[in-house]
Design a protein around this ligand. Structure first.
Ligand code: FES
Length: 107
């Protein structure tokens, strides 16, 4: 069975509302997003279209619009919305009184 390992990634306040912070973990570039209602999501910082930097996109509801060609990516599922097809990896986030951790599945 795979174990989840949790890595601390700072506080909710470190992330701008409707914006993101980038972290690098194990050579993975990951974008941590904070929505207008303070939900936090973590997904790979690479659009499923042509690897655009999703961390520079605009957050609306639980989605981000890629800054390159405006694909809309669902932050919960990592899936492209509408007619576009593709998905990027998502990671679970633990929010304990504003202290955030990201979960990785070990092997
Ligand atoms: S790279 Fe994101 S929409 Fe093209």
């Amino acid at each position: 069975m795979n174990m989840m390992s949790w890595q601390p990634i700072g506080r909710l306040e470190d992330i701008p509302v409707r914006g993101s912070r980038r972290i690098v973990f194990d050579n993975r570039r990951i974008a941590i997003f904070r929505t207008a209602v303070d939900t936090v999501f973590a997904i790979d910082d690479a659009c499923p279209h042509k690897a655009g930097p999703l961390s520079e996109g605009i957050v609306h509801d639980n989605c981000v619009t890629c800054p390159l060609h405006n694909w809309v990516i669902n932050l919960e599922t990592g899936e492209a919305q509408g007619a576009d097809e593709g998905s990027t990896s998502t990671y679970p986030i633990l929010n304990e009184d504003g202290e955030l951790s990201i979960g990785f599945t070990g092997s």
